[in-house]
Each structure stands twice: as C-alpha cells, then as structure tokens.
Ligand binder design. Structure first.
Ligand code: GDP
Length: 440
C-alpha cells in the first residue's frame, strides 16, 4: 500500500543527511520533494502546498535537541502532519439504537456490497451484534444475489424484496422485519450508478429521510485518487454522510484519496478495506496509517490483530503442552490457522518495521501454508497427536494423501522436530523463556 509515496518521502528525508541543524536553506529541497511526492500520490496541489508550508513552519520553529537529527525531526513532523491531515484520531462509529441503522452509499463498483458483508461480519464477530443486511438495489437483481451469497457465508440474514421497485419501502419493511427478528443492527446496501446521477442521489436521500440512519457511510474505491475525492464531495453535499470507507487498499493505491478526503469533505475515514475476504475490514487509525506511509511499520495494528485472535484459555493449554514437550501437529495446524485469520500474510509482515520495504517486490503467497496444511490434513488424528507414531509406511501414505513427495513430508517433519526442540530449549531458560515483565 502506498509504496511509491513511502519511497519518495524517504528519499526526501535523505537530503538532510549529515546536516547538523535545520535552516531555511537546507530544508528547501526536502520540502520540495515532499510536495512532489504528495502530488505524485494524487493529492491535490492546494492540499500538498498547505501541508508542506505547515511542515516547513514547524521545522523552522522547532528547538534543536542534540539527540535528534534534523532528518529524524522532519520524519516526526511529517508523520504528525500526515496523521492530522487524515483526521488526527480515529473516529467513533455508532451502533446504538434498536436497531441501529447504517446506510451504505457510493458508486457502483466501489465495493459497497462487499463492504456491507464485511461490516456485518465485523459487527457480529468483533462487537457481538446481531446484524441484518438489506439489499435495497432495485435495478440489479445480481446485487441481491451477491449479498445473499455473502450473507450465507457470514451467517447473517439478508432482507430483499425482488419484486418491489420502491427502495424506501424495502428499507422500511426491512427495519420492521429486523425488529421482529430481534436484530439490533440493520445495514442497508443501496444502489449505485457508474457516475453521479440525480436519480441515484434522490433515491438515497429519500431512504435517508425515511429511515433516519445512525450512520451513513460513503464507500469509495481508493484506487481512483482525486476522482474519489470529487465523488465524496458530491455525495456529502446531498447526504451529509457521517463517515467514509476506503476500499481496495490492497491494490496499487497511490494514497491521494486517503490523504485528501478528510480535508476536502471534513468527514472522517472510519473504515478501510482490502481484499474480498469477509474478515479483512479494519478500523481506520490516522496515526497508524501515517506510520505505515512513512514505512515505520505498524506494530500497534499488528498487536491489535493478534489480540483479536487471542484466546486466553487456549493459549494457557498450549503453553502447558509446550512446557511438557507435547506440542503436536494438531497444535501446529491451529497456530497456522490463527495466523491466517489475521489476514493477508504479506500485509502482516509489512507491518513489522523495516520489513515492508524489504518484501515489497517479493511475491509472498498466502498459499505458502497450503502444502504444510495438506500434509497435516492427511494425517489421522492419532498421528497428529503423536508425531512419533509416524513411521516410513505412514509417511508414504501421508505423502500420497497430500499429493507431496515423500521427501517433502520428511523435510517438513524434520523442521517440525527442530522447531519443537527449540521450543523445549526456550522452556529450559529461567522463567520458561519469558522476558521479565512480559506476559505470554
Ligand atoms: P458495489 O457495486 O459498490 O456493490 O461493489 P462490489 O462490492 O460489488 O465490488 C465491486 C468489485 O470490486 C467486486 O469485484 C469486488 O469483489 C471488488 N472489491 C470490493 N472490495 C474490494 C477490495 O477491498 N479489494 C479488492 N481487490 N477488490 C474489491
């Protein structure tokens, strides 16, 4: 995400290498390069200029501290300003009300329906809510089908009326039905057009007026840069929405939309979405995004993701097994699945400081685990629990079952043994390999 912007900013800071202090003269090139980087990322010229003027003013006004180099100071200032530009702190998202009503608007193809599914899944899984989703697109029957498939996938009921051509009445009926079914959140996916058009705007505005939503989210494809910003403006003028959702951040996105939308419409970005998997929705944190843009990694996001997946009961059991040197293939499989649930492998690794850049051109395939999984899946439950059971004959069967060579099975089993040994060795250290002050 935003790789080119990150690189250009980093090279802008290089101008300051070896400088002992900040002067108007020596930051001139850096400031110019930052502005260029922003404009290249499809940030509007006016916003880019205002941004660098602020950075310059702050840099010249900063006291020089011996322990901080001008380069480091500039990184800090730019990071703070990027955070500010994207809204400062994370915005609230309200799901109060019974039911809470969330209206989803945006152009066709922006990712509205996909987002509707992701949001429902997020509210159900992360927030313990009981959502219902509504297909209020009266023009495209395929949109109803699409939402129905997603609803089934995430286990959330979908409300649709295939023969009703009045989106307002569909929305109102859906809310009645949600009340009857004790659903506490209703997410209404509305129709979009390929371009802004009056009929579409009127329709969404009418639904808004009829249902009085708790939140109105405007969904926009981040890849469209300044166009995204213009569309946001048009929708906001009509709908006065409560927040923005940036989608398709997994693609080759330059960053312009993320950086300029808040400034232009004065509405916060509340969620960002990348990929089509139902569990890849993230709350938008301006500070973390700024850190990521600057290539400083994003440990906070990584920790939060890990925490979301963390099951204390299970972790304790696992720790016990490791201590007794009983870690087996089933445990290993579960660990792999935990990691996979945290999202796309490359994105996860990219959050580790310094790693993002290093792996930018490397193709890290989420299928990397598939071979290992296939091998473990081909084992019987007894074999998974007792790796020692696996003799040559069983290995041959496992190889056949997983479509691997026996050498691959051997190599994996050897790695597993080595890993187990390492885990055992860690446990022999004082405090079971734990660092003082760290809980595991
Ligand atoms: P809608 O017309 O606004 O409802 O948009 P859809 O949800 O149907 O999405 C349009 C297309 O973009 C579909 O092919 C989706 O699978 C795809 N899509 C949606 N969100 C994302 C995303 O975050 N990343 C990627 N790569 N594709 C997405």
């Amino acid at each position: 995400m935003f790789n080119s912007l990150s690189e250009k900013l980093e090279s802008a800071f290089k101008n300051l290498k070896g400088q002992a202090r900040i002067t108007e003269l020596n930051i001139a090139n850096t400031v110019k390069d930052i502005r260029r980087a922003l404009i290249d990322a499809d940030v509007n010229f006016k916003i880019a200029k205002e941004f660098t003027d602020k950075v310059k003013e702050k840099a010249l006004g900063e006291k020089v501290i011996n322990s901080v180099s001008p380069g480091q100071l500039m990184v800090k200032i730019v990071q703070d300003e990027l955070t500010e530009l994207m809204g400062g702190t994370a915005a609230d998202f309200s799901v109060t009300g019974n039911p809470a009503i969330i209206l989803i608007a945006g152009l066709q193809g922006s990712g509205k329906t996909t987002f509707t599914g992701k949001l429902a899944n997020y509210l159900k899984v992360q927030k313990g809510k009981s959502p219902m989703v509504v297909a209020a697109d009266i023009y495209r029957p395929a949109a109803i089908d699409q939402l129905t498939v997603l609803g089934e996938q995430i286990g959330v009921p979908v409300y649709a009326e295939r023969d009703n051509k009045d989106a307002v009445s569909i929305a109102l009926n859906a809310i009645k039905e949600a009340r009857a079914q004790n659903k506490n959140v209703v997410i209404i996916d509305t129709a979009g057009r390929l371009a802004i058009d009056e009929a579409m705007m009127t329709e969404v505005a009418n639904i808004k007026q009829a249902v009085n939503p708790t939140e109105i989210l405007f969904v926009v494809d981040a890849m469209t840069g300044q166009d995204a910003v213009n569309t946001a403006k048009a929708f906001n003028d009509r709908l006065d929405f409560t927040g923005v959702v940036l989608t398709k951040l997994d693609g080759d996105t330059r960053g312009g939309a993320a950086l300029s939308i808040k400034y232009t419409v004065q509405k916060p970005i509340k969620f960002m979405s990348s990929g089509e998997k139902m569990d890849t929705l993230d709350v938008f944190y301006p500070d973390r995004m700024a850190q990521r843009i600057l290539g400083m990694g994003d440990i906070a996001s990584l920790v939060e993701k890990a925490q979301q997946q963390f099951d204390e009961e299970k972790a304790k059991k696992l720790e016990k097994k490791i201590r007794k040197n009983q870690f087996d293939f089933q445990d290993f499989l579960e660990q792999l699945q935990q990691i996979k649930k945290m999202g796309n492998l490359k994105d996860l690794m990219g959050m580790i400081p310094g790693v993002g850049k290093a792996i930018k051109d490397i193709d890290i395939n989420d299928d990397a685990f598939k071979g290992i999984e296939a091998i473990i899946y081909s084992m019987t439950p007894e074999e998974r629990a007792n790796p020692d059971l696996i003799d040559q004959r069983r290995k041959a069967r496992i190889a056949k079952g997983s479509g691997k060579d026996i050498q691959e099975v051997n190599a994996f089993m050897k790695q597993f043994e080595q890993m187990k040994k390492m885990m055992g060795a860690m446990n022999k250290l004082p405090m079971g390999g734990r660092m003082p002050g760290f809980r595991r």
